[in-house]
Ligand binder design. Structure first.
Ligand SMILES: Cc1cc2nc3c(=O)[nH]c(=O)nc-3n(C[C@H](O)[C@H](O)[C@H](O)COP(=O)(O)OP(=O)(O)OC[C@H]3O[C@@H](n4cnc5c(N)ncnc54)[C@H](O)[C@@H]3O)c2cc1C
Length: 301
């Protein structure tokens, strides 16, 4: 059955949003919501948050506080441009956006939508979780509450957001210059991740890694930190033995399941390959694909 067209409201002043959201639903890029609508999800009145993007920059850096503020309502393209134009450095998020869907989707999709959809496979979430993000949420009375991203993610498609609340921005402690993101999907573009990994660390002058933070998607009910593997790496030189130990430690951090995209077995092998690849560049010999055989037979075994 074709859904009836919703009423679309497009505020440009953030102060108007809470009032308009009473009994309505937020929409940003619409790249998840419109798919849900086709599947029959109801949304009688939509409040389009993208009109708010003109009121502020996509990314701001507060050097004194050592913090980056990233808009939840700008398209991902604007966020990536903000990060590469010198507004701040966040290599893992920049890499995640570059591997996200396709240019057309990146020109529409937002971080707010990616967070609120609550998918364990969401591609911006590992970088934000690894960086220790805090989510700024506007409450129905126009107040502000802040919640750690780790507590915001409650389960598959479930987040800590009440009716009438909306996400205005995400704040992270300024990430180190060394970080990255890699995903494995069924193809290079327009692919939901079978698995994804974000990492960040400082590399000390003697080569040891400190402040190691890793987060992985599609291996648990929510995106998760790889705390055990990170602890193995902390303050160590990433020698072959240390990398082997960190890769072996991943099993304690993840609980993948078989689903229509990939088997748990395949995901465990990909998880090992992705971490090895993150730790052993740029010799070029340690690509994740070399550690997995992405055949349909294996994915389903
Ligand atoms: C072809 C295609 C390819 C895709 N590829 C990827 C991919 O590679 N990686 C990936 O992670 N995802 C992918 N997706 C999923 C989707 O693009 C992302 O989840 C995207 O970030 C959603 O953002 P949006 O702004 O479009 O959200 P919308 O669709 O506008 O909204 C999604 C949900 O979030 C709510 N919402 C939106 N913004 C806010 C806010 N600021 N505050 C409160 N609630 C809000 C809406 O009410 C709705 O429930 C893909 C989707 C499509 C259609």
């Amino acid at each position: 059955m074709t859904p009836t067209a919703p009423t679309l409201l497009r505020p440009t002043d953030p102060a108007d949003v809470s009032r308009l959201l009473a009994g309505a639903r937020a929409v940003a890029g619409g790249t998840d919501l419109l798919v849900q609508r086709r599947a029959g999800a109801e949304a009688p009145t939509l409040v389009d948050l993208t009109g708010l993007a003109g009121a502020r920059p996509a990314v701001t850096s507060d050097d004194a506080a050592g913090e980056l503020t990233i808009s939840a309502v700008h398209p991902l393209t604007d966020i990536a441009n903000g990060l590469t134009d010198g507004a701040g450095v966040f290599p893992a998020l920049t890499a995640a956006i570059c591997q996200f869907a396709s240019t057309t989707i990146r020109n529409r999709a937002t971080i707010g939508g990616n967070l609120v959809t609550g998918s364990p496979a969401a591609d911006t979430v590992p970088a934000l979780l690894a960086a220790g993000a805090a989510i700024d949420i506007v409450t129905p009375d126009g107040g502000l509450r802040t919640v750690d991203l780790a507590e915001f993610l409650l389960g598959p498609r479930r987040v800590d957001l009440a009716a009438g609340e909306w996400v205005t921005s995400v704040r992270v402690p300024q990430p180190p210059v060394e970080g990255g993101f890699r995903k494995i999907g069924g193809r290079r573009a327009q692919a939901i991740s079978f698995l994804n990994l974000a990492w960040q660390w400082h590399r000390e002058p003697d080569g040891r890694l400190t402040g190691v933070r890793l987060a992985m998607g599609s291996v648990a009910p929510t995106v998760v930190r790889l705390r055990t593997a990170a602890a193995v790496l902390e303050a160590q030189l990433p020698t072959q033995d240390v990398v082997d130990a960190a890769v072996a430690a991943i099993d304690a951090d993840i609980s993948p399941i078989d689903d229509l995209r990939a088997s748990a077995h395949y995901r465990r092998r990909c998880a090992a390959g992705l971490l090895r690849e993150a730790l052993l560049p740029p010799s070029g010999t340690a690509r994740a694909d070399q550690y997995v055989t992405p055949t349909t037979r294996e994915k389903n075994q």
